[in-house]
Design a protein. Structure first.
Length: 319
C-alpha cells in the first residue's frame, strides 16, 4: 500500500531561438540550449508527471506557468513533476523517457510508478525543414510514430495507468518574424520558421492518434484559434505563452483531468488539517497526551485514504 501522494509527470519541450543557417563547411557539432528543469531522481508512488518541450519547461514559472497552476490546484493531494526540455522534439524525447520513468521490473517498482503522465510535443517537430529551426523538424509520420512509442512504453512497460496527449497550439507567424529580429537580430527572409498550417497538421495528427489509442487529448489548437487575437493575447513571441495563454492551457488540462475523475476538489488531502491535529482545550494536558491525540487523528485519516502503514507510525518508542 502506497503511503505517499500520487505523482503525475508533465513531459514536453520548448523551442530554441531561430538562428541563421551556417554554410556546410562552417557547421560544428554543438549542443542545443536545452535545459534540465530538475534531475530525474527516483519517482514517488502515484506522482503525475508532465513531459514536453519549452512550453512545458516554462510552465513552471512561479508567477503564472500552467504547470505551476496545476501544482497549486493539487497542492497536498498530488505531486506534479515538470519534465519540460527546451528545444526537444519527439525523436530525442523518446530516447530520454525511460530515464525519467523507469521500466517496471517487479511489484515494488509498479508501486513507485507515476499514475499519470501528460505528453506535450509538436511545436518543435513542426518547424519547417528548410528554415532556421530546420534541425528540430521531424516528419509528420515519424512524429506520430514517436508519440505512439512513448504512449505504449508508458502504459505497457512503465506501469503508468493514465497517459494524456496535449496537441500543440497554433503559432503566430508575424510575431515570430518580429521576435527573431528584435531579440536575436535575425532576419527571417523566408518567413517564420514555423507556420500555422504546418503546426495544424501536427495538432490534428496528435488528436487522431489519441483517438486511435483511446487516450485523452487536450486540444489546445481548437482552444487557441477560438480566441480572437490569440497571437497578441496568448503568445508572447508567436510561440511561447503569455499569462493568459498559460491560464488557458491549465484550464484545458484541468477539464480533461476532471473527465478522468481526478477533480482536485474531490480528492482527499494527504494529511489532516492543522485544526484537526491540534486538540482544542488541551492546555492542561501533557505533551505526550497531546501528541497521542494528534497521532490518533493522523492514523484515522491515513486509514481512510488508504495510505496507512504501521511501519511509519510515530510510536512511543520513538520519543
Amino acid at each position: 500500500m502506497s503511503t505517499v501522494r500520487p505523482q503525475w509527470i508533465v513531459f514536453g519541450t520548448t523551442s530554441v531561438p531561430p538562428r541563421p543557417r551556417r554554410p556546410p563547411d562552417a557547421r560544428l557539432a554543438t549542443r542545443d540550449n536545452a535545459r534540465l528543469t530538475t534531475p530525474a531522481g527516483k519517482t514517488e508512488t502515484d506522482s503525475p508527471r508532465h513531459a514536453g518541450d519549452s512550453i512545458t519547461q516554462q510552465g513552471s514559472s512561479p508567477a503564472n506557468g500552467w504547470v505551476s497552476i496545476l501544482q497549486d490546484t493539487y497542492a497536498r493531494k498530488v505531486d506534479i513533476v515538470n519534465r519540460g526540455y527546451s528545444g526537444y522534439n519527439t525523436r530525442v524525447a523518446k530516447l530520454i523517457l525511460p530515464h525519467l520513468v523507469p521500466r517496471v521490473v517487479d511489484d515494488d517498482s509498479v508501486d513507485g510508478a507515476p499514475t499519470l503522465c501528460t505528453i506535450f510535443f509538436g511545436a518543435n517537430d513542426a518547424a519547417l525543414p528548410d528554415r532556421t529551426s530546420g534541425k528540430q523538424h521531424v516528419s509528420l509520420e515519424v512524429y506520430v510514430n514517436n508519440l505512439r512509442s512513448m504512449v505504449t512504453y508508458l502504459r505497457k512497460e512503465a506501469g503508468v495507468r493514465r497517459v494524456v496527449l496535449i496537441a500543440p497550439p497554433p503559432v503566430s507567424e508575424a510575431h515570430r518574424v518580429v521576435h527573431a529580429k528584435e531579440k536575436y537580430g535575425v532576419d527571417l527572409v523566408l518567413g517564420s520558421e514555423r507556420t500555422v498550417e504546418m503546426t495544424g497538421k501536427y495538432a490534428a495528427a496528435c488528436k487522431g492518434l489519441a483517438a486511435e489509442l483511446g487516450v485523452p487529448c487536450v486540444d489546445l489548437w481548437s482552444r487557441f484559434v477560438g480566441v480572437e487575437g490569440y497571437g497578441d493575447r496568448l503568445l508572447n513571441d508567436g510561440l511561447h505563452l503569455t499569462a493568459e495563454g498559460n491560464g488557458l492551457v491549465a484550464e484545458a488540462v484541468l477539464e480533461v483531468l476532471k473527465g478522468l475523475k481526478l477533480d482536485a476538489e474531490e480528492m482527499a488531502a494527504d494529511m489532516p488539517s492543522w485544526d484537526a491535529m491540534l486538540l482544542e482545550g488541551g492546555e492542561g494536558l501533557s505533551e505526550a497526551m497531546l501528541e497521542d491525540a494528534a497521532n490518533k487523528v493522523l492514523r484515522e485519516h491515513l486509514k481512510g485514504t488508504g495510505r496507512w502503514n504501521a511501519a511509519n507510525d510515530w510510536s512511543g518508542s520513538r520519543r
